[in-house]
Design a protein around this ligand. Structure first.
Ligand SMILES: [Ca+2]
Length: 364
């Protein structure tokens, strides 16, 4: 080996040893300065993981939300927000946080006590090089009256489940009227609780654009169910808008007035009726393309929820409806998270209400 070659060999060996030592001391982080910097994630790539105690059902939740979304935690309970980078799953560091009088803290995750004061509390999260991001902590109020009023409004009481049909009697512990509600103020109606549910969906406006009541319970069992339903449905039928809800929470008084079923889960806030309405005419779209709107279109939605229930923690009701006349929705699907399985199908096409069976009959 010539002198030149020997020098090169010694130099290369030293370099390799040096790199080995540096890698051993602190990974390859010492070399980051010479590599092109990874671009900061765009705000749309960032998600927050929010861990909180839900009011309904009373359980710990862990959900991922993009900036701008809202979550509804129990007042006074502990909650935690973690910012996650949508690309790598890495926790963002060096954020700052404010919630009312809470002091800014350092780090990618923040634990805090949810305020007891009801209303919308913005949570601002900032990170160097990114615009400030925001979540909204929407705190519900507790109804402590026992006379069928909430927030001074007479809503009535659901009928006694102990006097209901056999299935209702057997599950009467699940028929507890909601006690906590969020106020549906104009500033929060457009906030999303998930990619498939906005706050304004929780009480559907009637044809004159008004809501029968301006507060609603927030049931995370149902929100998770319809969101998972939407995730699966949009994969099977891409390009359609998310669910359009035609009914969600109904006060017991309103349920009676509208001719809802006597023990309807709409009074408990864990039921909704939905359609797909891409052209915005208030009717179910002709989803199967046969030139008609009827139960066959609704069944495409119902089957998705039927599939979900096989591996989902929440069990509930799925109903398929078909109605006559251009002034009606044509067809719709009811989904609820009541805690036990029920199925039904009703048609009014023949001029009166008739049942039909679209599901496997399972005795429970
Ligand atoms: Ca059709």
């Amino acid at each position: 080996m010539s002198y030149k070659k020997r020098t090169r060999f010694v130099f290369a060996t030293c370099l390799a040893l040096f790199a080995g030592v540096m890698a051993w001391r602190g990974g390859l982080s010492a070399f980051r300065g010479v590599e092109p910097a990874m671009p900061a994630p765009a705000p749309s790539d960032i998600r927050f993981r929010v861990d909180f105690e839900a009011a309904q059902p009373a359980a710990r939740m862990s959900i991922a939300l993009p900036p701008g979304y809202a979550f509804v935690p129990m007042p006074g309970a502990e909650a935690r927000i973690t910012a996650i980078d949508g690309r790598s799953g890495a926790v963002l560091e060096g954020g700052s946080f404010s919630l009312g009088a809470a002091r800014p803290r350092k780090g990618g995750a923040f634990s805090f006590t949810v305020p007891r004061r009801s209303g919308a509390h913005p949570v601002i999260y900032s990170h160097p090089g990114l615009p400030a991001m925001r979540l909204v902590c929407l705190v519900p109020f507790e109804d402590d009256s026992a006379d069928g009023r909430v927030d001074g409004v007479r809503i009535g009481a659901p009928p006694d489940p102990a006097r209901g049909p056999e299935k209702v009697r057997r599950h009467r512990s699940l028929y507890v009227p909601p006690r906590r509600f969020v106020r549906l103020e104009p500033s929060v109606l457009g906030l999303s609780l998930s990619p498939a549910v906005r706050v304004g969906d929780l009480v559907c406006p009637s044809s004159d654009g008004r809501r029968h009541v301006s507060f609603a319970p927030v049931d995370y069992g149902l929100i998770r169910l319809v969101t998972e339903g939407w995730r699966r449905f949009s994969r099977l039928h891409p390009g359609l808008p998310r669910w359009s809800y035609i009914s969600w929470y109904r006060t017991p008084t309103h349920n009676r007035r509208e001719g809802g079923s006597r023990h309807s889960r709409h009074m408990y806030g864990d039921a909704c009726d939905m359609i797909i309405d891409a052209d915005g005419d208030g009717r179910m779209d002709d989803l199967n393309g046969d030139g008609r709107v009827d139960r066959r279109d609704a069944l495409l939605i119902a089957k998705v929820f039927e599939d979900i229930e096989r591996g989902f923690p929440v069990r509930g009701g799925i109903g398929v409806y078909e109605y006559p006349g251009a002034a009606s929705a044509g067809a719709a699907v009811h989904v609820d998270a009541r805690g036990y399985r029920v199925r039904w199908g009703y048609s009014w096409l023949s001029g009166r209400k008739r049942s039909f069976v679209w599901y496997d009959e399972v005795d429970e």
